[in-house]
Design a protein around this ligand. Structure first.
Ligand code: HEM
Length: 415
């Protein structure tokens, strides 16, 4: 059971691991590898990534909240001090778009920006979108129901999150396909082992994306509407407003984060449910059971596996010493499988009453879009299984080669 696959080498004594993240046998089923890491070496130095990684639930949970670590370090140290390379010329537009991204900043800038965005965000009351999500999902199923088969990502999962986040921000819906293209190219920068071509494509997408958002901001300044962008433009905190650059970064991060992860999660959730062999009727009996089912698919099929932090000061965690400027990686998807927290962790058990999953993070960077993502999943998953009660996998789904994201290339279904 615990035999080591040939793509993984664990030296438990040295807490060192060699693992090729581009090996399909790994990224096709990372949960199996995470189980081995929990068994042999939950805190380890990943040789290929040249960094320490944490998989234990308590460590990941604590590190996400630990203010001695941050998503950024250049607010307290210079590149020279840390020996960091100068920014690359060919990724300047990408870097500019990231400059004010909530995900890339720390207090006090983060506190100010997050408060302003949150104000505009809650103003819209995410729950108000429930009927719109239902109508959209029904409309998409209407299109393919009679066919007896579909590829669910392109016909359903890809469309719902981008449409909802675009509507919420106030970007015209016909921009949906273009937003998807920009976003796919943009997130190429977060992949392990990206190529120069990936970087150039991400930079081009960032420039086009930012130019487009700038033009919509100008329109909303002249003529505000009842959308998130107009609210962000006009929301103030202690007499301050968001600048255009902050608005652009925020809009881009909301659009990207607002759909990529949710698309993957819809696909992963449907797959997990179908492979479990459990009866969808009982999984989606009422709102409470639906919520438990959704949370369990988020636990076992999380769409984004790794988030990093910089050590902002010297600190020791689990016997590992970090200097200011060192990076650490937290494998959220592995923390969700910690045998110290979950019984039979690799099994889909929606009725488990154990630790909450960490798929949306924790602490000051906790996912701002979690209420929207949860709402979408709690509506579209039961609706899909009610409309198509005989849903089956047409073939074994293939996982995308984009680790550390975890999503499917295609999800072919029949009924
Ligand atoms: C299943 C879907 C989603 C998952 C699993 C997910 C996961 C996460 C995680 C783990 C973080 C924390 C990152 C860290 O601590 O370093 C995060 C942050 C964030 N997410 Fe999500 N997310 C999802 C959907 C969304 C949606 C729908 C939106 C937008 C509407 C969104 C917007 C954001 C933003 C803006 C942040 C940064 C917050 C901050 O740094 O203060 N996410 N997300």
């Amino acid at each position: 059971m615990n035999t080591m696959p040939d793509f993984l080498h664990i030296d438990a004594q040295q807490r060192s691991v060699s693992l090729d993240a581009r090996n399909p046998a790994f990224y096709g089923n990372p949960n199996a590898t995470y189980a081995l890491l929990h068994a042999h070496c939950p805190t380890f130095y990943w040789e290929e990534q040249k960094q320490w990684f944490f998989t234990g639930y308590d460590h990941v949970n604590a590190l996400l909240r630990d203010r001695r670590f941050g998503r950024q370090i250049l607010h307290i140290a210079t590149r020279e001090e840390l020996g960091l390379p100068e920014p690359l010329e060919h990724t300047q537009h990408f870097d500019a778009a990231e400059r004010h991204s909530l995900l890339e900043i720390e207090p006090p800038e983060h506190t100010r920006l997050r408060t302003l965005v949150n104000r505009a965000f809650v103003y819209r009351h995410v729950e108000k979108m429930k009927p719109e999500i239902e109508t959209l999902a029904h409309g998409l199923i209407d299109r393919f129901e009679k066919d007896g088969q579909t590829e669910l990502l392109s016909s359903f999962a890809d469309i719902i999150p981008v449409t909802m986040i675009a509507r919420m921000i106030g970007i015209p819906e016909e921009m949906g396909p273009q937003l998807l293209k920009w976003s796919h190219a943009y997130v190429g920068m977060y992949m392990f082992k990206r190529s120069r071509e990936d970087e150039l494509a991400a930079d081009r997408a960032a420039k086009e994306f930012a130019d487009y958002v700038r033009s919509v901001i100008a329109e909303r300044r002249a003529e505000p509407k009842d959308d998130l962008l107009s609210h962000m433009i006009h929301t103030e905190h202690k007499g301050q407003f968001l600048t255009d650059d902050e608005l652009i970064s925020t809009t881009i991060v909301l659009l990207n984060a607002g759909h990529e992860a949710t698309v993957h999660q819809i696909g992963n959730s449907v797959r997990v449910i179908l492979e479990s062999g459990l009866n969808p009727k009982s999984l989606f009996g009422d709102e409470k059971t639906t919520e438990r089912t959704v949370e369990e698919t988020l636990r076992i099929g999380a769409p984004v596996h790794i988030f990093q932090r910089w050590a902002l000061e010297p600190v020791e965690i689990d016997g590992v010493t970090f200097e200011r400027g060192d990076k650490v990686s937290l494998i959220l998807a592995a923390a969700n499988l910690d045998p110290l927290k979950y019984s039979d962790p690799l099994t889909f058990k929606p009725d488990r009453a154990e630790a909450p999953n960490l798929s949306f993070g924790a602490g000051i960077h906790f996912c701002i879009g979690a209420p929207l993502a949860r709402l979408e999943l709690n509506i579209v998953l039961p609706l899909l299984f009610q409309r198509l009660p005989h849903l089956k996998l047409a073939r074994q789904p293939k996982v995308k080669d984009v680790y550390h994201f975890h999503g499917l290339e295609r999800l072919d279904l029949t009924w």
